[in-house]
Design a protein around this ligand. Sequence first.
Ligand code: LMR
Length: 332
Amino acid sequence: MRIVKTAIMAAVAATMLTGVSAKAEEIVIKFSHVTGGTVHPKVLAANAFAERVNERMKGRVRVDVFPSGSLFNDDDLLIELIKGKSVQMGAPSLAKFESITKKFRIFDLPFLFNDIEAVNRFQTSEKGQELLRSMENKGILGLTYWHNGMKQMSANRPLAMPSDAKGLKFRVQQSDVLIAQMEALGASAQKMAFKEVYGALQTGVVDAQENTWSNIYTKKFYEVQDGVTETNHGIIDYAVIVSRRFWEGLPDDIRTELEQILHEVTEERNQKSFELNQKYRGEIAKSPNNNTIRTLTPQQRQAWVDAMKPVWKQFEGDIGADMIAAAQASNM
Ligand code: LMR
């Protein structure tokens, strides 16, 4: 009797510790993210991952995706992932890791990457992979990167030169680099959760924002702005992350199979992100509501580079000059 009781207590303790039952019960992975609809690059990637796991690992593992911040916003996601109980997986934008690591600040440096191919080269390099491991001691593991795309700027008045941004209040993600970037323009910036942005632009709580074509299109930000200026000044990409406690508690064969499926989905979806963003740029241009897209002349673009690039120096100490050099090298 005592032996049985001890075995049960050990199983309960193992479950509490890892989130995985000692019995061959179905393992449930709650995947939380903040984008919505059916056509967004992250929605497509998260759903493809879930569908494939649910089909190929049926009865052993199930992935439930919670989009649009319906389970957690990205700030709370990080806190909950460390605990590893109420959510196991997510894919926040790389700009949202301030509370966990300062190393990810590299991804917000303005005009660091020329295009998404350069971002891909950096992320798949040794240095890029090293960054994924920089959260281990905080209880979060980075498994891979998913692409969204290059950021554009929109405001309630035309933006052609950096001086046009002076005095505007921008909504930014949870990143001090992005605050500094807007201040370098003589603007101010407010950190705000993604799901509040449309309302804040509409009511004038903020005047302006920066985001990818896919986010501007799927959230209809362009409808409540004067127009979008094609600056391509930065990126929004994602780190696919898991609770370390949960992940390391999985049986080896299950973890390996999940990694394999994630790898397949990443390869497939990342190839499509550029095309998708271009498609949504086209949809905005065709829209009957506020569809103005402004492109920059080489001289105008250079003026934005000159205004924003000095913020690199401010963050070099946190990021490391070697990391910045490696990212720059990926443009070649
Ligand atoms: C934002 O908050 O603007 C983005 O990080 C949302 C997202 O996940 O693409």
